[in-house]
Design a protein. Sequence first.
Length: 477
Amino acid sequence: MEYKNKIQSFTDLEVWKEAHKLVLTIYQLTKDFPKEELFGLVSQMRRAAVSITSNIAEGFSRFSYKEKTQFYSMSHGSLTELQNQILIAKDVGYLGLENFRKLSDQSVIVHKLLNAFIRKTKEFKVLRFVFLVILLHSIFQIPNSPSALAAEVGLGVNKNTFDLEILPGQTHKGELVVFNTSPDVSLPVHVQLNLWDLREDTEDIEFITAEPALNATKWFKLNSSDLIIEPDKSKELGFNITPPDDASPGTYLVMMRFQAVLPEHYFEEEGPRTIPELGVLFFIKIPLLTLEGGKQDYAAEIVSIESSEREGISLIGRARANVFDDAIKILVAKIKNTGIYHFKASGFLEIKNIFGITVYKTELGKRYLLPNRTRSLNIETLSPPPTRAENQSWFRSTLNSISYILYSNSYLGPYTATLTLSIPNEPPVVSTANFWVIPWKFWLPILAVFFLILYILIKFRHRLADFWRVILKGKPH
């Protein structure tokens, strides 16, 4: 009886069972949604629901408690996303009150179980760590074992990204070279494939799940998923990528993760343990084929142009409200990729004064824009203050600093910033931001001192004249 009650699979977890009920209910009820929502709310709700159970299953299979907690937290995020979509479905009339309560109550049950599950996982991680430290310290010793500090064990690859275009049904053959940078330790490496995406308007990568038809990790075939690399050596990893004939056009994002599998005796008994891991990003584009050939569907829009000092307030078309008391150092352009393909953003920013004279122009650094994602590009519009060189004199350094302060406060009046974004095979997207710069905080004290000195010179001009006459000739007037 005890053996039957033992948890041997993720399907034995109570939280997975309740989440699975929620998935089945979602699939059942969304069948009655309007057909125009098949690739909208229906697809989003089903994907979020599947993501809950998939991340629980993925986390259960992991050996690292950090990874377990990460996947369970992703499951929690998908659950919250689904709860929001259930509310939307009710508000637009797709769900009746009875079905809404049914889904809402079940999602609350899963929410409570998942919170408790995450909390227990974190507690068990702490207990296990304490037990392991005591055990290692008291009884577990391996004489003459090849222990290694974290800094002495490392991985490397010859390429960090692959930007590929593959037709459905065709095969792309490629290879990677994986390096063991440790001079003394042989390194077992496990290769794993995951779907990934960027969180909205951040640089944070998140691992995601997808329906089988959209799971691009299934297109990969590796010649080996486990490697053993000798010290200071490398190994080639060959791979084939074959999208199915019915693969939908668009961008697919896959990360090939290389994880060092280190046994206990690789570590020193005390100190932090760092397990090397790195990822190679794959940007896979499936083109849309028409009778005229491949069609490239690229599109983007400039959502806003903001100052880094005033985040959340767009400068586009609001000249009167955009008044700054010093020069703008960084402009933040929020750009959304509204197409189905990824591409590298490029272009330039040009700032002109009231006379139409260009006072600043800079090229945009190329950055990936992913479909249906907004990304913020920081554009430096004022160079940072100069730093003192080693051989530079104090006097020269002071002059450079004063010159920079005067230059940075020389901007005065209305300005127009024009951002031009280049899109592959499409006309550029152009957006204009208007703003004023009035550096009164800097110039007001200086002008006050200037007029004070001028007043003193005029008020006491006769006495000052006598003073200088005495100094120069030795006779008062």
